[in-house]
Ligand binder design. Structure first.
Ligand code: DSN
Length: 414
């Protein structure tokens, strides 16, 4: 019996049940992944006990020599991985990282351009209830109504009209490559700074299968737990000229003590992402997404923009099958397939029951699944959603899902 099990059986049981769920089901939430056992070990280590406000070599606490080593390794590896001049690995999350960028270069009320949440943007890209939308004057751009691809003419027009201080590129639910260089040109034309939030596709950038925004953006942020497959957290990459103000914005601007156990996990994640195995992983994530998208399309389902060239796709379940996104998410849950309901561009439905579901391949790819498995997953999804009332079918799909998962252990068990 583990110590946790005997000391606190209730919490132990919740963790154990979640572990079973993660092992026996298909995780298709585009922003989730499975970390390695090494990352989990670091995150559950004694480093959780240590306060280390400040930065390596400049701390406000004694006894920081060893956590300094861990943070310095994380910094060096992140620089090597993304070719950035400077990096701050302390943000507790992507939202903290994004807010640190705003704090470093904007004044209250400054004008900013960001992607509309309903068109694939993130809460921190100016949503009116988020601190970004409360403190700064965001103007939203969107996708083209026909192609569902980013409307760069609109971005350029809005930039000229509003003269923003900052343009935010990057997305949480956009199935195509983000054209960083075009954004950089638009920013340069109006004298704005460019900030790219690559949280969703940082792993693809690390693997060399998506353009690297560090080459043309003033600021880049990411989470470390999505395609990058590390511990839950964030970071900011920037040019050296902004390093001091970014560091000040993270600490003491937004945060106190950094989570040193998570920073050690980030260091391990970056080390893993520097390997050839990770490059192959990134390519496979994209290949799997294409295969899954093709399988869904051949099953008669419509995808936003007609497909994908990254790790995710948006299925228009309402237009294709006459069911809402919430119902689709629930049906798939019953089959052991985890997705999330998602607003689609120009959606007429509400966020708690929108027209779409978002599906991604990073987690299944981490289990070693490939093209054959993606075809089966696509068939199961279509079949379940076309028969929303058929509980026997859902049960039988769940059994097939469990059998498939047995063949593909999660990374911590590999
Ligand atoms: N909520 C995350 C996602 O699922 O995309 C973004 O932070």
């Amino acid at each position: 019996m583990s110590i946790l099990q005997s000391q606190d059986p209730a919490v132990f049981a919740s963790i154990q049940s979640e572990e079973v769920r993660q092992r026996s089901g298909l995780e298709l939430i585009a922003s989730e992944n499975y970390t390695s056992r090494a990352v989990m070990e670091a995150c559950g280590s004694v480093l959780t006990n240590k306060y280390a406000e400040g930065y390596p070599g400049r701390r406000y606490y004694g006894g920081c020599v060893h956590v300094d080593t861990a943070e310095s390794i994380a910094i060096d590896r992140a620089k090597q991985l993304f070719g950035t001049e400077a990096v701050n690995v302390q943000p507790h999350s992507g939202s903290q990282a994004n807010t640190a960028v705003y704090l470093s270069c904007l004044e209250h009320g400054d004008k900013v351009l960001g992607l509309d949440l309903a068109h694939g943007g993130h809460l921190t890209h100016g949503m009116h209830l988020n601190v970004s939308g409360i403190l700064y004057d965001f103007v939203s751009y969107g996708v083209d109504p026909e192609t569902h691809r980013l409307d760069l003419d609109q971005v350029s027009r809005l930039a000229k009209e509003h003269q923003p201080k900052l343009i935010v590129a990057g997305a949480s639910a956009y199935p195509r490559e983000i054209p960083h260089e075009e954004f950089a040109q638009i920013a340069e034309d109006v004298g704005a700074k460019l900030f790219v939030d690559m949280a969703h596709y940082a792993g693809l950038v690390a693997a060399g299968v998506h353009h690297n925004p560090v080459e043309c953006a003033d600021f880049v942020t990411t989470t470390t737990h999505k395609t990058l497959r590390g511990p839950r957290g964030g970071m900011v990459l920037c040019k050296e000229e902004y390093a001091k103000s970014i560091n000040r914005s993270v600490f003491p601007g937004l945060q106190g003590g950094p989570l040193m156990h998570i920073i050690a996990g980030k260091a391990i994640c970056f080390g893993e992402a520097l390997t050839d195995d990770f490059k192959a992983y990134g390519q496979q994530v994209v290949d799997n997404a294409r295969t899954l998208a093709d399988s869904l399309i051949s099953g008669g389902v419509t995808l936003v923009s007609g497909g994908t060239d990254n790790h995710l796709m948006l299925v228009n379940v309402f237009a294709s099958l006459g069911i809402g996104g919430r119902t689709a998410e629930e049906i798939l849950d019953r089959c052991g397939i985890t997705t999330n309901k998602n607003m689609l561009p120009f959606d007429q439905r509400k966020p708690n029951d929108p027209s779409g579901v978002r599906i991604g391949t990073p987690a299944l790819t981490s289990r070693g699944m490939g093209s054959d498995e993606m075809k089966s997953v696509g068939n199961w999804i279509v079949s379940a959603l076309k028969n929303p009332e058929d509980e026997a079918l859902h049960q039988s799909i769940q059994q097939d899902v469990n059998a498939l998962c047995e063949q593909f252990p999660v990374p911590a068990d590999q």
